[in-house]
Each structure stands twice: as structure tokens, then as C-alpha cells.
Design a protein around this ligand. Structure first.
Ligand code: SAM
Ligand code: SF4
Length: 339
């Protein structure tokens, strides 16, 4: 059965935050110090995560799962989870191009320890990986992530490519006056490595709560900046994917922009989210959560859990309101919700 929200959008994609912990402290995501971690017993076990994922796939034909955090590679025995989830099959009768095939499993990581586990992740069944990289400058990397890890991240990207992940994508959050002078350099980096760079508009999900509209570099400006150096043409039909994509006219691949703030794509949103502590959310910016952990730990049946997921999706709103006076920031910040 498909899971359809009140605005007629079908849920296809589940984002799971598997931990709120992280080895970086990116300024646009976490505070420098004092982050309060979830107590260990509140974090869903791999069995519990797998159970929710498998209910979403078997009951609702969800065909894509992305694991995120926090930093997913911080979770002990991460390949064990990949192994369990990559075995999930989309029902044969599903209205999906992946019907009867394994789900589309992906991971978003900061890449710092990727060299150490890339091979094992691949052997466990992972094929798609997004790696975050906001700057190619050592000192700026240190300032933006508060960690001196640029070399390890670059090495992690090379390891992912060499291991055969496909696609490898690079996520870049662009902030005015911080790294907007590197848009072309980062695009060049992607072209040279043969990977798609996806520029992400800065969203009001920083833990420090200092986000301001004038720090956002919008999609139009990003595309114009790149196309002055590398002419581009739009790749039509984004569908439910968050990124708009452009092709380099010289055949050197594609580049994407996720315009969450200046051109929200809520009308096509097919995503739902599960936080590391088992709270189900229908939007990154939701102010309401549905407690699946309580059900998981109180003997609820798969059907009971599916019912609660259906109830949550029944409350999904048309879209977020960033930039309007009515916008309310969610209580939790990016690393706690899962980007
Ligand atoms: N730790 C992993 C990483 O950084 O790739 C996964 C979790 S992180 C929260 C997921 C994505 O969200 C990253 O690409 C990150 O750059 C992005 N992100 C974090 N805070 C953001 C913000 N305030 N606005 C836009 N994107 C943000
Ligand atoms: Fe950690 Fe990713 Fe947030 Fe940076 S963006 S602090 S790497 S969770």
C-alpha cells in the first residue's frame, strides 16, 4: 500500500539518523561545545532501526533509505547495519522502478574516516555515498568544521571513488562571506574527480540559532557563478529529488543545487524521517514528532507501528515557511534531526 499525505504526495524515501554524535562541530550545524548527546539507551538499536525500515518497505513500498546523523560512521559496527538494510527488497507489486529489487540505500558522511571503512561498507552492500566538503582550504576547513581534518576527508573521497561507489556525490553548504568564493573551485574539484557536486543553500538548522537570510547564497547566484566559467544546461525533470541538476556543456558531468530556501521543493517532497531516538518526522522542519520508540519497546505489532506512521503522514504539511514571519525553528538542530 502506498503512503499518501494530505497533499497527494506519495512517501518513497526514508531518512534515518542513526546517531546524534559527530566527530566534527560544523558551525552551521553544531555548537563548539556543550552538545548534549542522547543517552545510549534512548538510541534505537540496529534491530529496532531495521524493524522500522522494514515496515516502511513492506507496508508502504518505500524504495529508498538514506542513513545520516550526526555522523553515521561514528556508530559502532556500522557495516553490520548496512548489511541488514541492503538486504531489504521493495515488494514486487510496488508502483516503483525498484519493485522486486533491493532498496536504494545511501549514506551521507563527513568522510573523515571513510578510508578505513570504504571497502567494508561496499562489501556490506552499500553503493551510493554523499560526502560533505565545504572548502578546499585547510585553515577554512578548520574554521568551518572546528576540526583539522581536510586531508582525511579528501583521502576519504578518493577511497570512495577507488572502491567503486557510484554515484559518489559531494555536498557543499554555501554561506555568504564564508565559502562563497570557492563555488567555482569546488565545481572544478568535482569535474576533475568525476563526481557530482551538490551545493546546498544554508538552512536555519544551526544549533547556535544565528542563521540569517542574508547568509544564504541562492541557487540562481550559484548557477550563474559556475556558468560564467563552465557553461551549463539544465537537466530536466527533477521529480522528487531535492537537487536541481545542470550538465556541463563540455561533457564533464553534472552539478546540482539544493535550493531549500530560495526555491523550496516541498510540493514534490517524498521524504519522511526517523531520528536516532526513534521519533518519526514528516519534515526536516517539523515541530511535531511521533514516538515510534515507545511502540517498539512496548510490544506493539508491525501493524500498530505502521498505523502510527500512517497517522504521522496524515499530518504532513504542505511545506516549510522559511523566510516568513510565521516560520518556527524546530526544537532540535540539524545533527539531532538528521540532514
Ligand atoms: N555528518 C554527515 C555529514 O556532514 O555529511 C551527515 C549528517 S549532516 C547533518 C547531513 C548534511 O546536512 C551535510 O551535507 C551537511 O553539510 C548538511 N547540513 C548541516 N547543517 C546544515 C544547514 N544548517 N543548512 C544546510 N545544510 C546543512
Ligand atoms: Fe557533524 Fe555533519 Fe553536522 Fe558537520 S554537518 S557537525 S559533520 S553532523
Amino acid at each position: 500500500m502506498e503512503l499518501i499525505d494530505p497533499f497527494g504526495r506519495t512517501v518513497r524515501d526514508l531518512r534515518i539518523s542513526i546517531t546524534d554524535r559527530c566527530n566534527f562541530r560544523c558551525t552551521y550545524c553544531m555548537p563548539a561545545e556543550g552538545m548534549k548527546w542522547l543517552p545510549r539507551e534512548e538510541v534505537l538499536t540496529y534491530e529496532e532501526l531495521h524493524r522500522v525500515a522494514s515496515i516502511c518497505v513492506s507496508h508502504f513500498d518505500v524504495d529508498g533509505i538514506r542513513l545520516t546523523g550526526g555522523e553515521p560512521t561514528m556508530r559502532a559496527h556500522f557495516p553490520v547495519l548496512i548489511n541488514k538494510l541492503s538486504a531489504l527488497q521493495v515488494p514486487a507489486a510496488a508502483n516503483s522502478p525498484r519493485a522486486g529489487k533491493p532498496i536504494d540505500l545511501a549514506v551521507t558522511t563527513n568522510g573523515a574516516t571513510l578510508r578505513l571503512i570504504a571497502q567494508e561498507l561496499h562489501e556490506s552492500g552499500l553503493r551510493r555515498i554523499n560526502i560533505s566538503l565545504d572548502t578546499l582550504k585547510k585553515q577554512r576547513f578548520l574554521e568551518m568544521t572546528r576540526r583539522d581534518e581536510l586531508e582525511h576527508v579528501l583521502d576519504g573521497i578518493d577511497a570512495a571513488i577507488a572502491t567503486g561507489f557510484s554515484p559518489v556525490k559531494i555536498n557543499v553548504v554555501v554561506q555568504r562571506g564564508v565559502n562563497d568564493d570557492e563555488i567555482v573551485d569546488l565545481a572544478t574539484f568535482g569535474r576533475n574527480k568525476g563526481v557530482e557536486v551538490r551545493f546546498i543553500e544554508y538552512m536555519p538548522l544551526d544549533a547556535d540559532g544565528t542563521w540569517q537570510n542574508n547568509q544564504v547564497v541562492g541557487q540562481d547566484e550559484i548557477v550563474e557563478t559556475i556558468s560564467k566559467v563552465y557553461p551549463l544546461e539544465l537537466v530536466p525533470a527533477r521529480g522528487a529529488a531535492p537537487a536541481d541538476r545542470w550538465r556541463y556543456l563540455d561533457g564533464m558531468g553534472t552539478v546540482g543545487v539544493i535550493p531549500s530556501v530560495t526555491k523550496p521543493f516541498c510540493g514534490d517532497c517524498d521524504r519522511v524521517r526517523l531520528t536516532a531516538d526513534g521519533q518519526f518526522r514528516t519534515c526536516l522542519f517539523s515541530t511535531t514528532e511521533f514516538d515510534l520508540r515507545k511502540l517498539l519497546r512496548n510490544g506493539a505489532s508491525d501493524d500498530d507501528i505502521a498505523e502510527e506512521i500512517k497517522r504521522a503522514v496524515g499530518t504532513k504539511w504542505a511545506g516549510h515557511n522559511i523566510g516568513n514571519v510565521t516560520f518556527v525553528r524546530p526544537r532540535r538542530s540539524m545533527s539531532q534531526i538528521g540532514g
